[in-house]
Design a protein around this ligand. Structure first.
Ligand code: BG6
Length: 514
């Protein structure tokens, strides 16, 4: 592909030119879905534009809807040109890119489907397509297992001439049991080294930066423990509602959708010990150790340490919006949580006694994902008797989005005659330091899977360890009295009970409403 856009963020952040992916044929199951349209195709288009795409790269979209490759391209073009996911959408670049896109209609529940798919792939290979095959399973969790089995029946889990890898989109199972079953099915036919389980938060530039911040500097690590840290607050707030995904969300809820993966990953990266090397297994090993240090909650603990919420009617962007129960395809008596706050305890030498408060929700005042590490107050109230007897504690904020960066809050003396202190921020922002944000997460992850680098993907035991934390909470909730929903208005900071959850010892969530 000759078209090259001027700003290449992958190049900009790295002194060396980006390494293109291997040649391959990417086969997407769920090609007519939202993810393909909004994230995968824009990400691939960007990679082609910045010169990271191997010339022998193609996509075969698989879906039930009958359509030709031409119709498939037209549909994707429409959404790619509108979506914010593509940088500098340009007709000429798109025309070159779309030649790489093909479509194959079929029903994945039909027995004949997989042998037809095999014939199609063989035909493409004889016509010059790459022998390397990358399957992307972006289907409802319940269908992922049958797809993997179907691929194996048709002998598509291996190729003689190239490599075969499989990317599994979240949700990876619905609970511990289904995740174990899915892993068993996958492992019967694929080696773990060829399995790429996606958690797109790991592809975010600022999430990758957590390890560099912690282990690339000698300043922070000595104080990154229970002796100095009072508590950790992790937020992933969204202003949007369920956005036409109600049938998925009704079955999922905020705990499974966000905490079981994205938020637990943020917690693990914040809490983990230094890995012995910067490679996939060493990093994943340390994350698993963190998960194993979080004991499963009893029903009583879940009643005290978790808060569920569901939004009612309110405001978003200054306009009235309906409550969750009034959204299309949501039951009028739905008990699905659109908000959750949890206090986790990490029972190990470094973190004993330090609570990790996490919260996530839809229809909160704005989109913000961040990790705030709150340090203990100074041991001596040296400035007692001044107007600021109690100075603010230090807080390190790792801002994941939207204003990607890091800030450190500390106290200074206000200029002037009186001893008055003020909390100020030392601030690092990606945008002002590097001139632009990093590449979108899916772009990074797709490229890594084509290069065969699994460091930003989750390992089998990691996903199972996540469910070992989440499933007991779901089970406890099923035994506890159902909360009275809705319990927060769209556009508010969430249910009042969440304030009580964090509220001991003058702790408080950062206010989201501006
Ligand atoms: C997805 C969830 O995994 O993450 C969505 O299924 C959520 O419900 C999304 O909106 C949030 O991702 P981001 O990158 O916008 O923070």
């Amino acid at each position: 592909m000759s078209a090259v856009i001027e700003v290449n963020p992958l190049e900009q952040f790295s002194p060396e030119p980006p390494t293109p992916g291997d040649s391959c044929l990417l086969i997407i199951f769920g090609a007519s879905g939202d993810l393909t349209r909004r994230k995968l195709i824009p990400g691939l288009y960007n990679l082609a534009c910045v010169g990271c795409m191997n010339p022998q790269f193609e996509v075969l979209g698989v879906g039930r809807t009958p359509m030709t490759s031409e119709e498939f391209r037209t549909k994707l073009r429409e959404s790619a040109s509108k979506s914010g996911g593509t940088r500098d959408f340009n007709d000429g670049h798109w025309r070159e890119f779309e030649n790489r896109l093909h479509y194959f209609a079929g029903d994945i529940n039909d027995d004949q489907f997989y042998s037809r798919l095999r014939d199609q792939l063989d035909k493409m290979q004889s016509g010059g397509s790459s022998p390397n095959r990358l399957f992307y399973v972006s289907t409802p969790a319940s269908v992922a297992g049958p797809v993997v089995e179907g691929l194996a029946r048709a002998g598509l889990n291996r190729t003689a001439q190239g490599w075969t890898r499989i990317i599994l989109e979240k949700p990876f199972g619905h609970d511990l049991e289904s995740a174990l079953q899915l892993n068993d099915v996958v492992h019967k036919v694929f080696d773990e080294k060829d399995v790429y389980r996606i958690d797109h938060y790991l592809g975010k530039e600022t999430v990758q930066n957590i390890l560099v911040f912690r282990f690339g500097n000698s300043l922070f690590e000595p104080v990154w423990n229970r002796n100095y840290i009072d508590h950790v607050e992790i937020t992933a707030a969204e202003a949007v509602g369920v956005e036409g995904r109600a049938s998925f969300y009704e079955e999922t809820g905020a705990l499974r959708d966000m905490v079981a993966n994205h938020l637990l990953q943020l917690l693990a990266l914040t809490a983990m010990e230094p890995p012995i090397a910067f490679d996939a297994d060493s990093v994943r090993e340390q994350k698993v150790q963190v998960f194993r240090s979080i004991p499963p909650m009893t029903v009583e603990e879940a009643s005290k340490r978790t808060v569920r919420g569901q939004y009612g009617p309110g405001q978003a962007g200054g306009k009235p919006v309906p409550g969750y129960r009034e959204e299309p395809h949501v039951k009028a008596s739905s008990t699905t949580e659109t908000y959750v706050a949890v206090e986790f305890q990490v029972h190990n030498w470094r973190w004993a006694g330090v609570p990790f408060y996490i919260r996530t929700g839809k229809r909160l005042p704005r989109q913000v994902s961040e990790i705030r590490v709150h340090f203990k107050r100074t041991p001596q109230a040296l400035f007692a008797g001044t107007p600021h007897e109690q100075l603010g504690p230090n807080v390190i904020t790792l801002r994941i989005q939207p204003d990607d960066g890091i800030s450190i809050a500390f106290d200074v003396k206000r200029p002037g005659d009186h001893m008055r202190a003020l909390t100020v921020d030392a601030n690092f922002s990606y945008e002002s330091a590097f001139g632009s944000k990093g590449p979108p997460a899916y772009e990074t992850l797709l490229l890594d899977s084509m290069r065969g680098d699994p460091i930003l993907f989750t390992r089998r035991d990691e996903v199972e360890a996540e469910w070992r934390i989440i499933t007991p909470i779901e089970e406890a909730w099923a035994k506890l009295p159902a909360p009275v929903f809705p319990n927060y208005a769209a556009g508010s900071d969430g249910p009042a009970e969440a304030d009580a959850l964090i509220g001991a010892d003058r702790r408080a969530w950062r206010k989201l409403a501006v």
